[in-house]
Design a protein around this ligand. Structure first.
Ligand SMILES: [Fe+2]
Length: 178
């Protein structure tokens, strides 16, 4: 027996097999949580691409500091994506991290700036982090009643995203200290 999802989504496969369910979670709740997790996966994967894009295109007096700092952000956000995809797998669904899924499922469009001064890029990156954090906080509220384990994961991720945003904002406030 398989359980159909309520409507098409980004996840691979339209169902979760009963023997793949986490003990104590229903199929319906698992699918609902997996779909929310997939949206967070799409946005963190997209954020990784934005971070690398800025890493390659940043110029100006702060070049090397920002260039090197951004690779640390890429690594940190990649860990978040990995956690999200593996949580989707753990609750019995199939994560989709393909480029087509990112383009279709992310909540933003392509980053528009090319070669640009570091502070201009970082202001845009501050806004990009803000969008992901707002959506993470909404996801926390959504999953709170369905799966406290996923809620805990998203709370921890939001704390990390807010710490990363703080690094960007600190740089913007006092570029000379970075
Ligand atoms: Fe590089």
């Amino acid at each position: 027996m398989t359980i159909a999802t309520p409507d098409p989504g980004l996840l691979f496969g339209p169902h979760i097999e009963p023997d793949e369910l986490v003990p104590g979670m229903s199929a319906a709740d698992s699918v609902a949580v997996a779909r929310i997790l997939e949206t967070r996966l799409m946005d963190t994967l997209d954020l990784q691409l934005v971070l690398k894009h800025i890493h390659w295109n940043v110029v100006g007096p702060n070049f090397i500091a920002v260039h090197e700092m951004l690779d640390q952000h890429v690594d940190a956000v990649q860990e978040l994506s990995d956690d999200l995809a593996e949580r989707i797998s753990a609750i019995g669904a199939v994560p989709n991290g393909n480029a087509g899924a990112i383009a279709a499922g992310r909540s933003t469009s392509d980053y528009v700036m090319g070669r640009e001064d570091a502070l201009v890029h970082l202001a845009a990156l501050d806004a990009a982090y803000a969008r992901v954090i707002v959506d993470h906080r909404q996801a926390i509220r959504f999953v709170a009643d369905l799966d406290p384990v996923t809620e805990d994961l998203l709370v921890e991720h939001t704390r990390k995203l807010e710490a990363l945003q703080w690094l960007i904002r600190s740089f913007l406030r006092n570029p000379a200290s970075a």
